[in-house]
Design a protein around this ligand. Sequence first.
Ligand code: ITT
Length: 211
Amino acid sequence: MNQRLLLATNNKGKAREYETLLTGIPFQLVTMAEEGITTKVEESAETFEENARLKATTLAAESGLISLADDSGLEVDALGGEPGAKSHRYAGEDASDSDRITFLLSRMKDIPEGKRTASFRCVIALATPAGHVEFCHGECRGIITFEPRGEQNFGYDPVFYVPSLGRTMAELSLEEKNSISHRGDAARKAIEVLKRPPFSNLQKQRNDRER
Ligand code: ITT
């Protein structure tokens, strides 16, 4: 039986992507709901790295499991990297995906075509219950459209146009998005980290105990 690995997120869109991205790893992926964990970690830091670290270490200590947390968001070049680590709270605490998109497009209404470049960034923190942490980074470049297009995936995807595919992220299937996204980029690196100590040792210790 594989060691459990906690997917430390309350975002269903992210969780769905990781369930596909992490198939085949030598861990059994479990969600917060499956483990009966309802903790909401206060994302009080200013950077993706620190917020990811906070989420992964808090939940690894609480669950006793290796935990994977992701802090991610959109950086618009013409807005000096806004909304960045504040992507979730950009339009207020209780805003919906569509409120956030409306707010972003209003902030960008005077930015002309050709100056609407942006990055999606993802930082994964992998933490052991003892507090060892490693980071994996991913980035995807694109262009912010003037209007939302597409219904798939989540967050700012309907306004994030991917030039190489000629569609917004919300017009891509989950598999297509994973193959080019910031999260796919970071997750492929995380798979390699999980194969090495100390993460691989925790898996081995469990196998030895069960032998
Ligand atoms: P957890 O902290 O529980 O994981 P969250 O939604 O609060 O969930 P973040 O703090 O990392 O996650 O906020 C990231 C926000 O950035 C997210 O709510 C989206 O609005 C946006 N975002 C991140 N990745 C995205 C993606 O792949 N596509 C579209 N928007 C994304």
